[in-house]
Design a protein around this ligand. Structure first.
Ligand SMILES: [Zn+2]
Length: 231
């Protein structure tokens, strides 16, 4: 495994479904990055968060809404400093965080605490129509988890998983049209200011996320100064 020369941090910006999670997985597997997947962290902390609040937060989560900054920042801080801190001793990718200007400013503080200096913000740009198809069309094998898509990637035999032959598939319950439109609108409203914020700091790079996986990852590696691995 090739690791980056120095420990760095990177923020992946982009609407859900832009492919940043897949790119993060690639960097984890091939370059030893740790990923802070804030959506997963929030889901993991779901019961605790709901208990602390008496129901409002649960309703927000169900509706695909953004959670209040202090809740999100608290969960990320606990993850990085708590029982799981050992998982984050290498270069870090923040996926799904920050989502607001308030979170971005809190992140700057967290990075200072972690002693992480060199950072890059990657903005995965892709238009809403492509995103809508990617998200609403997405489903996965109920057994092995292989991801499929109604528009882009159907199993070779309809209704049968290519990998394991299983015939039942899962769709995420928040992948419906109303929830998606809301998420996209919320993203435009709150998260796009981050593009300007990081641009002003001089650390933002736009990535054409509508391109193929290989082209996107080549662009990502280029920005992060990672050399291409021999395959
Ligand atoms: Zn399968």
């Amino acid at each position: 495994m090739i690791e980056p020369v120095s420990r760095l941090w990177t923020v992946f910006l982009g609407v859900p479904g832009c492919g940043k999670g897949t790119q993060a997985g690639f960097l984890v597997q091939n370059y030893g990055f740790s990923v802070v997947a804030v959506g997963d962290i929030l889901r993991k902390n779901r019961d605790k968060v709901i208990a602390s609040d008496g129901g409002t937060i649960g309703a927000l989560m169900e509706g695909g809404n953004l959670l209040p900054d202090d809740i999100v920042v608290g969960c990320v801080r606990d993850e990085l400093n708590g029982a799981h801190s050992g998982e984050y001793t290498r270069s870090i990718i923040f996926d799904g965080f920050p989502r607001t200007l308030g979170q971005a400013k809190a992140l700057a503080g967290l990075l200072a605490e972690l002693g992480l200096k060199d950072g890059y913000v990657l903005n995965f740009v892709v238009d809403d129509e492509v995103i809508t198809k990617r998200i609403l069309g997405r489903y996965s094998c109920g057994k092995c988890g292989r991801i499929y898509n109604d528009f882009f990637l159907r199993p070779r035999v309809e209704g049968v998983c290519d990998v394991c032959g299983h015939g039942e598939f899962d769709r995420r319950c928040d992948d419906n049209d109303v929830s998606l439109k809301k998420r996209l609108a919320e993203y435009r409203e709150k998260t796009e200011v981050l593009v300007g914020y990081y641009q002003d700091l001089g650390i933002l790079s736009n990535i054409d996320a509508a391109a193929s996986f290989d082209n996107v990852s080549a662009e990502v590696m280029n920005v992060l100064g990672l050399s291409k691995k021999e395959r």
